[in-house]
Ligand binder design. Structure first.
Ligand SMILES: [Zn+2]
Length: 304
């Protein structure tokens, strides 16, 4: 049995897969905000509950924002900033009393969709997460490309391309810079845009629902959101040129995000037209956590 735990900014989700990839169970709890020790305990509780329910032990994969720094071995670049500077893999390994494999959450998402999701027939897959943060993962021939500095796919912390006057220098990002793509395309980025226009603090999901109900200001924000997404993706396509881009995270559930997205990207990309496939994640909210469970190969899972 493979267990995957996705350590998100707002929720911690765990899944148990059998050897064929079928879901045995899944559970989620709210992330204890800003409390590292409580976060470790929450993961421990989730694993214990699942293993007790199923009367089996499993291999454990952990998906989280950021990555282990090659220099220090500690987490860096996590938008859940409480994780930064922590030996998350070693701490969880000690608490769970077994080896754990840790991977960037967007890499896990891209891997899951490339293995048996929307990108299963594609060679070069770029998976992006539009949620609490904005991340990305590159998978070639069903293998995650991590890069020399474990940075591959981190398009969310590039400057929003082709910025307008009103977008410059842009909002402050937790990474220390301003105007990062993430500050515009995260859920809180969309909420800030709507609040500036309508004077009301709504979640990204509420803005999407308001647009469906005909709220003109919500629609205006979503049109602007798609234009910013198109700019970010056009810049990324110019460099990586993937076969497919797969959208995940809470904001990828908005249906009207996909209408005209290719045409919008073509306004910016260095090509007369593009043949890039854009898919919504097949496994929906479960994609990331499924990819985490896939971190352990079958034979190692069976030893546990
Ligand atoms: Zn940033």
């Amino acid at each position: 049995m493979r267990l995957g735990v996705d350590l998100g900014g707002t929720k911690i989700e765990a899944i148990a897969l059998d050897d064929g990839g079928a879901t045995l169970t899944r559970r989620r709890v709210a992330t204890p905000g800003g409390d590292y020790a409580a976060t470790l305990s929450a993961v421990d509780e989730l694993i214990k509950t699942i293993e007790n329910d199923l009367s089996r032990k499993g291999s454990v994969g952990i998906g989280c924002p950021g990555a282990l720094s090659p220099r220090t071995g500690l987490i860096k670049n996590a938008n859940s900033t409480v994780l930064n500077g922590k030996a998350l893999d070693k701490d969880l390994s000690r608490i769970l009393n077994r080896p754990v494999r840790l991977e960037n959450d967007a890499n896990c998402f891209a891997l899951s969709e490339a293995i048996d999701g929307a990108g299963r027939h594609e060679k070069l897959v770029f998976g992006i997460i539009l949620g609490t943060g904005v991340g990305g993962g590159l998978v070639i021939d069903k293998a995650v490309i991590r890069g020399r500095n474990k940075l591959t796919g981190e398009w969310g912390h590039n400057l929003l391309p082709w910025p307008r006057h009103t977008e410059w220098p842009g909002p402050q990002c937790y990474c220390g810079k301003t105007g990062c793509i993430e500050t515009f395309l995260s859920g809180s980025g969309l909420s800030r845009d709507y609040e500036g226009l309508a004077g009301q603090d709504l979640s990204a999901e509420e803005i999407s629902l308001a647009a469906d109900a005909g709220d003109s200001k919500a629609l205006e924000c979503l049109v602007r959101y798609q234009d910013r997404l198109a700019r970010g993706l056009a810049s990324m396509i110019n460099i990586v040129d993937p076969d497919a881009i797969i959208l995940g995270g809470g904001l990828s559930n908005s249906e009207n995000l996909y209408d005209d997205l290719i045409a919008n990207i073509e306004r910016y990309v260095f090509s007369d037209a593009i043949d890039t496939k854009i898919y919504r994640a097949v496994h929906g909210d479960s994609s990331g956590v499924r990819g985490v469970a896939w971190l352990w190969p079958k034979d190692m899972s069976e030893q546990r």
